[in-house]
Design a protein around this ligand. Structure first.
Ligand SMILES: *[C@@H]1O[C@H](CO)[C@@H](O)[C@H](O)[C@H]1NC(C)=O
Ligand SMILES: *[C@@H]1O[C@H](CO)[C@@H](O)[C@H](O)[C@H]1NC(C)=O
Length: 231
């Protein structure tokens, strides 16, 4: 009796272990592979990699290109000598505001007043070549600052600003700032009509504030402007 019972127990364990160990691995291996990697998965991975590549190319090539058009970076690259003052930059608690040596700072901008004269187009090119543009006057305070600068001794009679007209009366700022008639500082009697006078200067000996004159685009001094560099 006792030996029969022992035999039955051993047989039960054998069959149960065989069923558990041997059968499942083979059938499971064959069934799971096609479920884990559907045929479209490599395409999805390729697409994602492509998108990552496009994003990288955008970041590496396009971003630096658009930065180099930004004024502070362009200006930064053109000059080695700077003068900085401790004027606290807007929106910061501390820092320095820097302009290239020989340039004047007012608020967040640097200004170059030339000692030499050239055409309006060459003037704009010269400013661009220095990481700046012909000055765009956005406020009465800025106009006041520039008017005082041009009145200093040894300054030229006329300084080009970044305002010109393709057609008479159609005034355009070089940086596409919309022209605002009520924030213009024409000297008395201007703008008058001659249609060969399509460029604008600040005239040294006109009024204290209202000193814009439109002239021919030949040879005058110039004022370049760029955003100051914050460090
Ligand atoms: C712009 O003009 C100034 C003064 O003549 C000159 O020193 C400077 O090299 C010129 N810069 C460019 C980029 O033309
Ligand atoms: C135009 O200039 C006037 C005077 O400075 C100012 O009050 C007004 O807001 C300006 N308009 C625009 C559209 O900038």
């Amino acid at each position: 009796m006792a030996s029969e019972i022992t035999y039955a127990e051993v047989k039960f364990q054998n069959t149960s272990t065989a069923a558990v160990v041997k059968v499942p691995p083979e059938t499971k291996k064959h069934e799971r592979h096609p479920q884990k990697y559907p045929p479209w998965l490599p395409w999805l991975i390729s697409l994602l990699l492509l998108l990552v590549c496009i994003a990288l190319v955008t970041v590496l090539l396009v971003a630096p290109f658009s930065h180099s058009n930004g004024q502070p970076t362009a200006l930064k690259q053109k000059f080695k000598e700077w003068s900085c003052d401790s004027a606290v930059p807007e929106g910061k608690e501390e820092g320095w505001t820097c302009c290239p040596k020989g340039w004047k700072r007012f608020q967040g901008s640097c200004y170059y007043l030339s000692g030499d004269a050239m055409s309006w187009a060459a003037s704009e090119q010269n400013c661009t070549g220095m990481g700046s543009h012909l000055v765009v006057i956005n406020s009465k305070a800025e106009q006041d600052f520039l008017s005082k600068e041009v009145k200093k001794p040894s300054r030229g009679e006329n300084h080009y600003i970044g305002l010109s007209a393709q057609d008479m009366g159609q005034w355009h700022w070089v940086d596409q700032t919309p022209f605002n008639v009520s924030a213009a500082f024409w000297r008395e009697g201007e703008p008058s009509n001659p249609d060969h006078e399509k460029c604008v200067v600040i005239h040294r000996t006109s009024g204290a504030l209202n000193n814009w004159n439109h002239v021919q685009c030949n040879s005058h001094n110039r004022i370049c402007e760029a955003a100051a560099v914050i460090v």
